[in-house]
Design a protein around this ligand. Structure first.
Ligand code: SAM
Length: 248
């Protein structure tokens, strides 16, 4: 009798483990399907703004990164059902994880190479940093709100992007110790292009930054520095970002 009870106990344990495992596999498959659906929406939207972007399609490597990074791991539990909607979502402290289409466009405009060192200003949830980590050699990201910086570091660790360098601080001043950077991405709107960031951009480097004011006209601006250090800017798209804060 004791032996029968023992066998039943282990059958129940194995059953529960199998059930949990299969539920997890089904959920991951569902998220993967949602990522594919989101990427088709992003591709269509990119076609509609091809005139602004000066290109027909987004880079295949950027598409592959969007298909791989689990956006649902970078949002709060209550937002998980909407993780693959093509819109920004709240992440707390009045901040948002950016719209996936805008993440795709900004990333694409950086034209990243596998050898690049990238700086992100405005870590938020850590999602954009994970996308960058798929495409570059090293990623440095700064967030001004400490609890968000901590949460983003946890998100990045849980999803195996723990080689991303995270820091709490005012990104207006860049990351002097890790400079210069091949690329810089700013994910909050600034009234002007921060001079410390221009300084920390390598010759031949690219920066993408929203410029304008909150609730007013804002444009994504592509900043390029040529081999001689000459800086040129080009307005790309009208956008809508939360402000770059800090004492500057
Ligand atoms: N890239 C983020 C993501 O993938 O979730 C979304 C960024 S959210 C639109 C903008 C972020 O910039 C906010 O988390 C905000 O706290 C941060 N931020 C604003 N001003 C900043 C500054 N001066 N330095 C660093 N981060 C700043």
């Amino acid at each position: 009798m004791k032996r029968v009870k023992h066998i039943i106990f282990w059958l129940v344990v194995i059953g529960i483990v199998l059930l949990l495992f299969s539920t997890h596999v089904i959920a991951e498959n569902d998220f993967s399907q949602q990522r594919h659906a989101l990427v088709s929406i992003i591709k269509d939207e990119a076609m509609t703004v091809r005139g602004f972007l000066d290109q027909e399609t987004l880079d295949q490597q950027v598409i592959a990164a969007l298909l791989k990074v689990p956006r649902h791991e970078f949002v709060r539990d209550t937002e998980r059902p909407f993780a693959y909607a093509n819109r920004p979502l709240p992440i707390g402290h009045g901040q948002t994880i950016s719209q996936p289409f805008i993440v795709a466009v900004m990333t694409d405009l950086l034209k990243l190479k596998k050898t690049d060192r990238v700086l992100e200003v405005g870590t938020g949830s850590g999602y954009q940093a994970a996308i960058l980590a798929e495409l570059a050699d090293s990623v440095y990201t700064i967030e001004i709100i400490e609890p968000l910086a901590k949460q983003a570091a946890e998100n990045l660790k849980r999803t195996d992007y723990d080689d991303v360098h995270t820091r709490t601080g005012d990104g207006y001043y860049g990351w002097e110790d890790a400079a210069p950077f091949d690329s810089i991405i700013v994910t909050a709107v600034a009234s002007h292009i921060p001079p410390p960031l221009i300084k920390q951009l390598k010759p031949g480097g690219r920066m993408i930054i929203p410029v304008g004011a909150q609730f007013m006209t804002q444009y994504l601006v592509l900043v390029t520095k040529d081999a001689n250090g000459k800086v040129t800017t080009r307005q790309i798209l009208p956008v809508n970002f939360v402000p770059l804060t800090g004492k500057h």
